[in-house]
Design a protein around this ligand. Sequence first.
Ligand code: BGC
Length: 825
Amino acid sequence: MSTSPNFIREFTLIDRGSRVKAQNGCAPPCAHAPMRPSKPLPSPPKCLESSSGCELNPKDKMRNSVIFVSGLVGVLLVACVQAQTPSPASKMDAFIFDLVSKMTLDEKIGQLNLLSLGFDVTGPVVNKDVEAAIRAGHVGGVFNTFTPAATRKLQDLAVQESRLHIPLLLGFDVIHGHKTIFPIPLALASTWNMDLVEQSARIAAAEASADGLNWTFSPMVDIARDPRWGRIAEGAGEDPYLGSKVAQAMVRGYQTGDLRNTNAVLACVKHFALYGAAEGGRDYNTVDMSRIRMYEYYLPPYKAAVEAGVGSVMTSFNEVDGIPGTGNEWLLTELLRKQWAFKGFVTTDYTAIKEMTEHGTGDLKHNALLALKAGADMDMVDEAYLRCLKPLVAEQPSWEPLVTEACKRVLEAKYKLGLFADPYRGCTPERARKEIFTPANRKAAREIAGRSFVLLKNAGQTLPLKKTGTLALIGPLAASQRDLLGSWSAAGDWKQAVNVLDGIKRAAGSDLKVVTAKGANLVEDPYMLEALNASGADIVTDEHSPQAMIDEAVATAQQADAVVAVLGESFAMSGEAASRSDIGLPAGQQDLLKALVKTGKPIVLVMMNGRPLTLLWEDAHCSAILETWFGGTEAGNAVADVLFGDCDPSGRLTASFPRSVGQIPLSYNHKNTGRPYGGDPRVKYVSRYLDVPNAPLYPFGFGLSFTSFSYSEVKLDKTSVQGEGPLLASVTLTNTGQYAGEETVQLYITDPVASVTRSVEDLRGFQKIALKPGESKEVVFKITPDALKFYNRDLVYDWEPGQFIIRIGPNSRDLKSASVQWSKS
Ligand code: BGC
């Protein structure tokens, strides 16, 4: 196993160069076309190593050097002015106008070029050819390089040695923390606490910017109703309302409201669009859906991010309405810029232009033009723009303004980040030492992790555990550190992560004896093992036989008063290119659990996984189940906090847990159909399965606390409402249990009659309410017509008068309701 602190050095390269087709008319393809790692891997842009594909021609070089001095003076002057004055839009426009007027076509194209570039473990080593490319103005941004030393070196090259001194965007996949790693995004959303979500993004931005970065490829807001899709781990789940709130909280956290703050980073909402709806849950697969479904269920979180001022958007690998997202003009221009008034810039996803050839839309040159015309401003890794745009403009000079426009958008982002005033944004090794991985950040990670866990079952109040007697801690994930960081661990060092074993030992005190056994391998299936290990999962199979491991675990369990079994997925089983067709516990772990259950001891199943799993057997046989996702750097401490009752498990699911894979796609906000199933299995011609109920095992919004809550009936302040209302809907919530706890009170609305079919219900509000034992509170929702709106057949977002059913409760299944008539006037 690699000892590298950084996941990006832990993955092997998969050479996709051989799949590149002939590129008619562009600068020659490179001897080694850019390689696609299984995760973003810092690799020198090979194309730039050879002079053939990328060099400026001698005439351009000459012209560049002639205007070097005058350009330098001009830019420095304007930069000085910018440094001392605020930057209203008009000032920015004047600055960008002036700068662009000095740029050659090559330099404009250079701004559209985004490279993946790593650095040596011992320090920043920039490939000589990349240095040359940056000096020549052929690079607009670099990603996968961080640390003050490395990023300063890159920035030095750009601002001191390129003709126009234009600083670089420095990006990275800071997805759920930079070095202090928070729970995976699906878990963050499970807090249903937007302050905590924002705080996690805020800390991530502060650490990333202290490490020299100014751009993160986050938030990912793709709605997913299919947990076979591994990237469900990276999003907020299945609901557009909650997904929109999370998207906005993350944008606020990253960008801080003013990108000039040196502890802010530019956010990038992705993957635009519909990437989470891949057929069969297979990553990168085809997406096909009606416009109404898009607008109603899949597009809102992207739109919400745009409304929150997100500075950049990343395209998606999939097609939208038969056209790849990266070359889809309707998507990137009509919808994003015209309908939603997005003002930032668009980057492609990793090699997405090249992949359009595989989609079947033509060769690289054709696709570069399609992407540019569609509105993709920056080209990630492909160098398709670098190679193809100049020849294209030579053929058709009227395309140059498209290049200029795209270039301006990239420059505007740099301006908004204050990069022209201070390209380094106050980044120094001292600041990095002070601001990264601090005790305060780790404390926040621990608190947020604890509040992201979802208690799925707690029969007979098995939890919280007492700190006396003997506890058996069993399972392949009990001592794991690497898995805790999830699939995007950014710059996180898994060796600094606290595993469950250590967390429990620290919390246990002297009266609790902890005995341990591994019990099973994470994965036994050779087909899956091979795939996982080929992409860096590093799953080591134990030298003992599966039966010997189970026997040892059973013997260990027999000595104990209770068993905590830490089971689930390897970090590499979710995330990008990690789809599964069977989303149960891997077979070897199931065998272990069955043997543990037979001991008759109370079994607390602590799950770690990046997606909803099918846990029907586990639900029927374990005493308690705690879903802990991949909880980040402080996961082990947070698990101990919850198991011993120091933190109430207040997380609630944001994606349904199916009973069986056959139910997928599954979401609470499905349509009623013309033949809805009423629950009587003897009724035949209705929309149902013969072998499994329609309902999920654990519904959207579900989660238990150690305490219990009761809900009164729903009270409405009126039974008929006119116009803007508002309607006040309330319940009295009472803590009826023994513990203080926090409930997530959820509001859903049903619109039973409309001009287009509606969901059976839609989430329209939620509140987190903390109550002491015996305490009650009236929880009020103020409902306005905004909550009644939907996209009609003309895709107009409006509401229609009539009856509405207002539902309030602890999750999407167990709701109390009241009916109201709402008229337009
Ligand atoms: C992923 C993106 C990611 C990019 C850069 C792509 O493969 O789809 O989410 O931001 O790589 O690492």
